[in-house]
Design a protein around this ligand. Structure first.
Ligand code: FE2
Length: 275
Protein backbone atom coordinates (compact mmCIF):
# COMPACT_ATOMS: atom_id res chain seq x y z
CA UNK A 1 0.00 0.00 0.00
CA UNK A 2 1.49 3.31 -1.10
CA UNK A 3 1.46 6.31 1.19
CA UNK A 4 -0.12 9.54 -0.05
CA UNK A 5 3.32 11.02 -0.45
CA UNK A 6 4.52 8.08 -2.57
CA UNK A 7 1.44 8.31 -4.80
CA UNK A 8 1.97 12.08 -5.17
CA UNK A 9 5.62 11.56 -6.12
CA UNK A 10 4.55 8.96 -8.69
CA UNK A 11 1.64 10.77 -10.38
CA UNK A 12 2.43 14.45 -9.79
CA UNK A 13 -1.13 15.07 -8.63
CA UNK A 14 -3.74 13.74 -6.19
CA UNK A 15 -7.53 14.04 -6.29
CA UNK A 16 -9.63 14.14 -3.11
CA UNK A 17 -13.40 14.08 -3.61
CA UNK A 18 -15.73 15.54 -0.97
CA UNK A 19 -12.82 17.43 0.53
CA UNK A 20 -14.92 20.53 1.18
CA UNK A 21 -18.63 20.63 1.92
CA UNK A 22 -21.04 22.44 -0.44
CA UNK A 23 -21.51 25.07 2.30
CA UNK A 24 -17.75 25.72 2.46
CA UNK A 25 -17.66 26.17 -1.33
CA UNK A 26 -20.72 28.44 -1.29
CA UNK A 27 -19.15 30.68 1.38
CA UNK A 28 -16.10 31.33 -0.81
CA UNK A 29 -18.19 31.92 -3.93
CA UNK A 30 -20.41 34.35 -2.02
CA UNK A 31 -17.40 36.25 -0.72
CA UNK A 32 -15.82 36.46 -4.18
CA UNK A 33 -19.01 37.96 -5.58
CA UNK A 34 -19.19 40.47 -2.71
CA UNK A 35 -15.59 41.55 -3.23
CA UNK A 36 -16.18 41.95 -6.97
CA UNK A 37 -19.29 44.05 -6.41
CA UNK A 38 -17.50 46.27 -3.88
CA UNK A 39 -14.59 46.81 -6.27
CA UNK A 40 -14.44 50.34 -7.70
CA UNK A 41 -13.31 49.42 -11.20
CA UNK A 42 -14.36 52.80 -12.63
CA UNK A 43 -11.90 54.52 -10.29
CA UNK A 44 -9.21 52.19 -11.61
CA UNK A 45 -10.35 52.14 -15.23
CA UNK A 46 -7.04 53.25 -16.72
CA UNK A 47 -5.39 50.11 -15.40
CA UNK A 48 -7.69 47.76 -17.23
CA UNK A 49 -8.90 49.42 -20.38
CA UNK A 50 -5.81 48.88 -22.41
CA UNK A 51 -4.72 45.89 -24.38
CA UNK A 52 -1.07 46.88 -24.16
CA UNK A 53 1.25 46.13 -21.28
CA UNK A 54 1.54 49.59 -19.77
CA UNK A 55 3.44 50.57 -16.66
CA UNK A 56 0.20 51.09 -14.69
CA UNK A 57 -1.04 47.63 -15.64
CA UNK A 58 2.31 46.11 -14.73
CA UNK A 59 2.39 47.89 -11.38
CA UNK A 60 -1.13 46.76 -10.52
CA UNK A 61 -0.24 43.15 -11.38
CA UNK A 62 3.10 43.20 -9.55
CA UNK A 63 1.49 44.65 -6.41
CA UNK A 64 -1.24 41.99 -6.40
CA UNK A 65 0.96 39.53 -4.50
CA UNK A 66 0.41 41.59 -1.36
CA UNK A 67 -3.26 42.43 -1.78
CA UNK A 68 -6.66 41.57 -3.24
CA UNK A 69 -6.68 42.54 -6.91
CA UNK A 70 -9.13 42.02 -9.75
CA UNK A 71 -8.31 40.73 -13.22
CA UNK A 72 -10.70 41.06 -16.14
CA UNK A 73 -11.50 38.65 -18.93
CA UNK A 74 -9.76 39.60 -22.16
CA UNK A 75 -12.94 40.74 -23.92
CA UNK A 76 -14.74 42.22 -20.93
CA UNK A 77 -14.80 45.80 -22.20
CA UNK A 78 -16.68 47.42 -25.08
CA UNK A 79 -14.91 49.86 -27.38
CA UNK A 80 -16.33 52.79 -25.37
CA UNK A 81 -14.70 51.52 -22.18
CA UNK A 82 -17.90 50.25 -20.57
CA UNK A 83 -18.20 46.67 -19.45
CA UNK A 84 -20.25 44.34 -21.64
CA UNK A 85 -21.85 42.79 -18.56
CA UNK A 86 -21.85 43.29 -14.78
CA UNK A 87 -18.56 43.54 -12.90
CA UNK A 88 -18.67 40.05 -11.38
CA UNK A 89 -19.24 38.37 -14.74
CA UNK A 90 -16.48 40.47 -16.34
CA UNK A 91 -13.74 39.18 -14.07
CA UNK A 92 -11.35 36.33 -14.82
CA UNK A 93 -9.94 36.05 -11.31
CA UNK A 94 -9.25 37.69 -7.95
CA UNK A 95 -5.82 37.37 -6.27
CA UNK A 96 -3.22 36.96 -4.88
CA UNK A 97 -3.25 37.37 -1.06
CA UNK A 98 -6.87 36.43 -0.36
CA UNK A 99 -5.80 33.74 2.10
CA UNK A 100 -3.95 36.24 4.30
CA UNK A 101 -6.22 39.28 4.02
CA UNK A 102 -9.79 37.99 3.97
CA UNK A 103 -11.24 35.91 6.83
CA UNK A 104 -13.50 33.81 4.57
CA UNK A 105 -10.62 32.72 2.32
CA UNK A 106 -8.32 32.29 5.30
CA UNK A 107 -10.87 29.99 6.93
CA UNK A 108 -11.25 27.88 3.76
CA UNK A 109 -7.47 27.75 3.20
CA UNK A 110 -6.51 26.73 6.71
CA UNK A 111 -9.34 24.27 7.31
CA UNK A 112 -8.94 21.26 9.63
CA UNK A 113 -8.91 18.91 6.61
CA UNK A 114 -6.16 21.00 4.96
CA UNK A 115 -4.07 20.94 8.12
CA UNK A 116 -4.44 17.16 8.17
CA UNK A 117 -3.62 16.72 4.47
CA UNK A 118 -0.59 19.02 4.70
CA UNK A 119 0.61 16.93 7.65
CA UNK A 120 0.16 13.67 5.71
CA UNK A 121 2.07 15.11 2.75
CA UNK A 122 4.88 16.27 5.02
CA UNK A 123 4.40 19.99 4.30
CA UNK A 124 5.11 21.26 7.82
CA UNK A 125 7.73 23.67 6.46
CA UNK A 126 5.63 24.97 3.56
CA UNK A 127 4.40 28.58 3.28
CA UNK A 128 1.24 29.60 1.46
CA UNK A 129 2.55 32.24 -0.91
CA UNK A 130 -0.38 32.87 -3.25
CA UNK A 131 -4.14 32.41 -3.61
CA UNK A 132 -6.57 33.00 -6.47
CA UNK A 133 -10.30 32.78 -6.95
CA UNK A 134 -10.73 31.71 -10.57
CA UNK A 135 -14.19 32.54 -11.89
CA UNK A 136 -14.30 30.90 -15.34
CA UNK A 137 -17.78 32.22 -16.03
CA UNK A 138 -20.21 30.53 -18.40
CA UNK A 139 -19.31 31.22 -22.07
CA UNK A 140 -16.81 34.02 -21.21
CA UNK A 141 -14.21 32.10 -19.13
CA UNK A 142 -11.03 31.92 -21.21
CA UNK A 143 -8.39 29.28 -21.90
CA UNK A 144 -5.41 28.76 -19.58
CA UNK A 145 -2.54 27.57 -21.77
CA UNK A 146 -0.31 24.65 -20.81
CA UNK A 147 2.04 25.72 -18.05
CA UNK A 148 3.90 24.57 -14.95
CA UNK A 149 3.14 26.42 -11.72
CA UNK A 150 6.87 26.39 -10.92
CA UNK A 151 7.28 28.85 -13.81
CA UNK A 152 5.51 31.44 -11.66
CA UNK A 153 6.66 30.35 -8.19
CA UNK A 154 10.20 29.21 -8.75
CA UNK A 155 12.45 28.03 -5.93
CA UNK A 156 15.94 26.50 -5.98
CA UNK A 157 15.57 23.57 -5.89
CA UNK A 158 11.98 23.40 -7.13
CA UNK A 159 9.39 22.96 -4.35
CA UNK A 160 6.09 24.54 -5.46
CA UNK A 161 2.92 22.58 -4.69
CA UNK A 162 -0.53 23.84 -5.65
CA UNK A 163 -3.96 23.02 -4.23
CA UNK A 164 -6.90 23.50 -6.60
CA UNK A 165 -10.38 23.39 -5.12
CA UNK A 166 -13.47 22.86 -7.29
CA UNK A 167 -16.06 25.29 -5.93
CA UNK A 168 -18.42 23.96 -8.62
CA UNK A 169 -18.48 20.79 -10.74
CA UNK A 170 -15.68 20.90 -13.32
CA UNK A 171 -16.40 19.15 -16.62
CA UNK A 172 -14.87 19.07 -20.10
CA UNK A 173 -17.59 21.49 -21.27
CA UNK A 174 -16.99 24.14 -18.61
CA UNK A 175 -13.19 23.93 -18.68
CA UNK A 176 -11.85 21.36 -16.19
CA UNK A 177 -8.12 20.84 -15.67
CA UNK A 178 -6.15 18.53 -17.99
CA UNK A 179 -2.90 16.80 -17.01
CA UNK A 180 -0.95 13.57 -17.51
CA UNK A 181 -0.27 11.17 -14.63
CA UNK A 182 3.51 11.20 -14.11
CA UNK A 183 3.84 14.29 -16.34
CA UNK A 184 5.74 16.17 -13.60
CA UNK A 185 8.91 14.18 -14.32
CA UNK A 186 10.06 16.65 -16.94
CA UNK A 187 12.11 19.80 -17.38
CA UNK A 188 11.00 23.26 -16.27
CA UNK A 189 10.28 25.14 -19.50
CA UNK A 190 10.41 28.74 -18.31
CA UNK A 191 10.52 31.22 -15.46
CA UNK A 192 8.28 34.26 -15.16
CA UNK A 193 10.34 37.12 -13.77
CA UNK A 194 10.44 40.82 -13.02
CA UNK A 195 12.44 42.63 -15.70
CA UNK A 196 15.22 44.83 -14.39
CA UNK A 197 13.78 47.90 -16.15
CA UNK A 198 10.21 47.20 -14.97
CA UNK A 199 7.51 44.83 -16.16
CA UNK A 200 7.77 41.06 -16.49
CA UNK A 201 9.18 38.49 -18.90
CA UNK A 202 9.40 34.75 -19.47
CA UNK A 203 12.94 33.32 -19.41
CA UNK A 204 13.28 30.07 -21.37
CA UNK A 205 14.83 27.24 -19.35
CA UNK A 206 14.19 24.35 -21.75
CA UNK A 207 13.09 24.12 -25.40
CA UNK A 208 11.24 20.80 -24.84
CA UNK A 209 7.71 21.23 -26.23
CA UNK A 210 4.66 20.53 -24.07
CA UNK A 211 2.68 17.55 -25.33
CA UNK A 212 -1.07 18.03 -24.83
CA UNK A 213 -2.18 14.86 -26.64
CA UNK A 214 -1.60 12.45 -23.76
CA UNK A 215 -3.18 14.61 -21.07
CA UNK A 216 -6.48 13.50 -19.57
CA UNK A 217 -9.41 15.61 -18.34
CA UNK A 218 -9.75 15.83 -14.57
CA UNK A 219 -13.53 16.08 -14.37
CA UNK A 220 -14.38 16.53 -10.70
CA UNK A 221 -17.34 17.32 -8.50
CA UNK A 222 -17.81 20.43 -6.42
CA UNK A 223 -15.87 20.08 -3.17
CA UNK A 224 -12.95 18.19 -4.75
CA UNK A 225 -9.36 19.17 -3.94
CA UNK A 226 -6.61 18.47 -6.50
CA UNK A 227 -3.02 18.66 -5.27
CA UNK A 228 -0.64 19.61 -8.10
CA UNK A 229 3.14 19.27 -8.24
CA UNK A 230 4.67 22.55 -9.42
CA UNK A 231 6.41 20.75 -12.29
CA UNK A 232 3.22 19.12 -13.67
CA UNK A 233 2.20 20.61 -17.04
CA UNK A 234 -1.55 21.34 -17.02
CA UNK A 235 -4.11 23.52 -18.77
CA UNK A 236 -7.80 24.24 -19.08
CA UNK A 237 -9.97 24.98 -22.12
CA UNK A 238 -12.36 27.93 -22.44
CA UNK A 239 -15.73 27.56 -20.79
CA UNK A 240 -18.09 27.10 -23.75
CA UNK A 241 -20.96 25.87 -21.58
CA UNK A 242 -23.80 27.65 -19.82
CA UNK A 243 -22.39 26.75 -16.38
CA UNK A 244 -19.62 28.57 -14.57
CA UNK A 245 -16.60 26.70 -13.25
CA UNK A 246 -15.41 28.54 -10.19
CA UNK A 247 -12.27 27.28 -8.47
CA UNK A 248 -10.04 28.48 -5.68
CA UNK A 249 -6.31 27.75 -5.86
CA UNK A 250 -3.39 28.27 -3.52
CA UNK A 251 0.33 27.73 -4.02
CA UNK A 252 2.88 26.76 -1.44
CA UNK A 253 6.67 26.65 -1.31
CA UNK A 254 9.21 25.07 1.03
CA UNK A 255 10.53 27.83 3.30
CA UNK A 256 13.99 26.28 3.32
CA UNK A 257 14.41 26.60 -0.46
CA UNK A 258 15.80 29.73 -2.07
CA UNK A 259 13.10 32.08 -3.41
CA UNK A 260 14.76 34.40 -5.97
CA UNK A 261 14.23 38.16 -5.82
CA UNK A 262 13.63 38.05 -9.57
CA UNK A 263 10.38 36.03 -9.25
CA UNK A 264 7.36 38.11 -10.32
CA UNK A 265 5.63 37.58 -6.98
CA UNK A 266 7.50 39.17 -4.12
CA UNK A 267 6.27 38.97 -0.54
CA UNK A 268 7.90 39.45 2.80
CA UNK A 269 8.63 35.76 3.30
CA UNK A 270 9.04 36.23 7.05
CA UNK A 271 5.38 37.31 7.22
CA UNK A 272 4.04 34.19 5.51
CA UNK A 273 2.63 31.15 7.24
CA UNK A 274 1.58 27.64 6.33
CA UNK A 275 -1.53 25.71 7.27
FE1 FE2 B 1 -1.61 26.27 -12.85
Amino acid sequence: MKTLREKFLEDGFLVFENFNTPDECEAVMRRGKELAEEFDYKGNASIFQTSEQTKTTDDYFLASGENISFFFEKDAFQADGELKTDIFHSLNKIGHALHDLDPVYNHFTRSPQMKQLAGELGLQDYLIIQSMHILKHARIGGVVDIHQDATFLYTEPESCIGFWYALEDATIENGCLWAKPGGHRTSLRSRFQRKSGGGTEFITMSEDPFIAEDMIPLEVKKGTCIVIDGMLPHYSLPNTSGKSRQAYAIHTIDKHKHYPKTNWLQRDLSSLSGF
